[in-house]
Design a protein around this ligand. Structure first.
Ligand SMILES: Cc1cc2nc3c(=O)[nH]c(=O)nc-3n(C[C@H](O)[C@H](O)[C@H](O)COP(=O)(O)OP(=O)(O)OC[C@H]3O[C@@H](n4cnc5c(N)ncnc54)[C@H](O)[C@@H]3O)c2cc1C
Length: 500
């Protein structure tokens, strides 16, 4: 048993009082604050432990978002698509198939994009249909940092941003969260709020409220890996792709050899520039809330970077001859740790049966192959904690089981649930209701007004539903049929449908 020390506690200054306090300004938290402001709330505080917004998407150098579209429909819209319509005005900041081209089967376009991971549907979504172009976007993380600040500044009459402030503990009255204690260079302080949005990604706050939550039980999932992303400059990605295409055996050997050199799984992926790649990596069976695992990931990745670079230069000189270490992400790559056990827990069944939810807040095409990447409905209850009031929990710690979380904690789903949390909090504050009793119809209508397509909502273009019906929600493939049988207990375990 570890030694303990009884800490003295005095009174704490109430630094601010607000209607909505968002803690964590990653994809989810930033979206929550912006969406709340646009839904009419004028008294929002956004608190972030680092000096910028974006979390994994900027500081973690996770610089691509996949599957924003399905066939010719742009399903993931709202604030996620707004990031890119804004960034596309900055020369070179974004590389992606144009929205006007999604779903295209034009061989010239397919040929132009096939080297860029996930920009072309894999064998036509499960191989059942011809390949088509997909809206997958590669972006420059530092440009996104700048743009996220700009978005906040556009709402400075409504949002007070506190960077370099670390949310430490929820303030509770009974089962209701009424604010947050935080640490800063000015010392420990507190903020009172009518509704708190925990967007820390690791449930830093909900885990201290008495709300049920879980940790990843299965060390074999993508979500149970940590990373430290880094970038290599001075390369030629097109030539690397050509090398892989013309030498499939050597390419397969490279894939495994690079992981041997690193000592953990690692893979070069394209970026927004042809002369740069990012090295994604996966340290298995790690918990990104554990001090030891965080330290190990940082130090082990940095320790092997020079070796990986030297290996690539030697193995593929035509593409990596002039390669150099460009930069290292300023923050650890966290995929998943504590997860909310919310009022609804998403599972593979949501994908395998195209489940409908009255409280749907996002209708997203995803990376899940079970339903052929078709749109899945995310309900409000997946960000609503059990037992605790005054709290919403969007982002990568949302409520999903060990299998489904691998498809739901990507950037688009974090933005989507964050946007919905912000709108819901704004509606609850305006109506004098709570996060639990909020008028969900009103929330859905405002989300549609904020460019979020939702099923069965008259504000959504009916062609979205037609697209789902025409392509049977992606449930026509062999994989979907097997998954359904497994989900009904008639087949194999669903774990085989994990892809990473
Ligand atoms: C290496 C890697 C590769 C990935 N690949 C992809 C990919 O290719 N495409 C994709 O779409 N997704 C990918 N993902 C997943 C995706 O990046 C994340 O799940 C998503 O960005 C998480 O968003 P979030 O806002 O929920 O959490 P985060 O991005 O973690 O944001 C949480 C924010 O809260 C802040 N914070 C945390 N704790 C506190 C606190 N106590 N007080 C104040 N602030 C706090 C953090 O600093 C951060 O800014 C990848 C993830 C990793 C790590």
């Amino acid at each position: 048993m570890k030694e303990t020390y009884l800490e003295e506690r005095g009174s704490v200054e109430i630094y601010d009082c607000c209607d909505i306090l968002v803690v964590g300004s990653g994809a989810a938290g930033h979206s929550a604050a912006i969406a709340a402001a646009r839904a009419g709330c004028r008294n929002i505080v956004l608190m972030e432990r680092y000096g910028y917004s974006g979390g994994d998407a900027t500081g973690g150098y996770v610089i691509m978002v996949p599957n924003l579209s399905w066939y010719d429909k742009s399903f993931v819209r709202g604030l996620q698509e707004e990031w890119f319509t804004r960034l596309e005005k900055i020369p070179g900041a974004v590389r992606a198939p144009a929205l006007s081209d999604i779903g295209s089967q034009d061989p010239l376009l397919i040929d132009a994009w096939k080297a860029i991971h996930d920009c072309v549907s894999r064998g036509g979504y499960g191989g059942a249909k011809p390949s088509c172009l997909v809206r997958a976007v590669y972006f420059e993380p530092n440009q996104l940092k700048i743009e996220m600040d700009k978005m906040l500044l556009e709402h400075q009459d409504s949002i007070r941003v506190l960077y370099h402030c670390w949310g430490a503990k929820p303030m509770m009255e009974g089962n209701t969260v009424t604010g947050v204690f935080f640490e800063s260079k000015e010392g420990r302080k507190a903020i009172r709020a009518k509704i708190v949005i925990d967007a820390t990604g690791d449930g830093d706050l909900f885990s201290q409220t008495g709300a049920p939550f879980s940790s990843l039980a299965d060390g074999n999932t993508r979500s149970s890996t940590t990373a430290l992303v880094w970038r290599i400059g001075g390369i030629n990605w097109d030539l690397f792709e050509e090398w892989k295409r013309t030498r499939p055996q050597a390419a397969a050997a490279l894939r495994s050899q690079i992981s041997t050199v690193a000592g953990f799984r690692a893979m070069p992926l394209p970026t927004n520039q042809n002369d740069m790649c990012w090295i994604n990596n996966w340290h298995p069976d790690m918990d990104c809330t554990k001090i030891e695992d965080q330290t190990k990931t940082e130090m082990e990745t940095r320790a092997t970077m020079r070796d990986v670079l030297a290996y690539l230069k030697e193995a593929v000189p035509m593409a990596f001859r002039d390669a150099y270490l460009y930069d290292i992400a300023p923050q650890l790559g966290c995929r998943c740790s504590r997860r909310l056990k919310g009022e609804y827990i998403m599972t593979a069944n949501d994908f395998a049966f195209a489940k409908q939810h009255d409280d749907v807040i996002a209708w997203h095409s995803t990376i899940c192959q079970i339903n052929d990447c078709g749109p899945v409905e995310i309900p409000y209850r997946a960000i609503l904690p059990q037992k605790v009031d005054g709290l919403l929990c969007p982002g990568r710690h949302m409520s999903a089981d060990d299998v489904a979380i691998d498809w739901l904690n990507l950037i688009p789903q974090c933005v989507g649930t964050g946007q919905a949390a912000g709108v819901a909090a704004a509606v609850a504050v305006a109506d004098g209701t709570t996060a639990r009793t909020v008028d969900i119809r009103k929330v859905q209508d405002i989300l549609c007004d904020q460019d979020v397509p939702l099923p069965r909502n008259p504000k959504t273009d009916p062609s979205y539903t037609q697209c789902c019906e025409e392509h049977q929600y992606g449930l026509y493939t062999d994989l979907a049929k097997q998954a359904k049988a497994a989900a009904e207990g008639k087949g194999d375990d669903l774990s085989q449908y994990r892809q990473w």
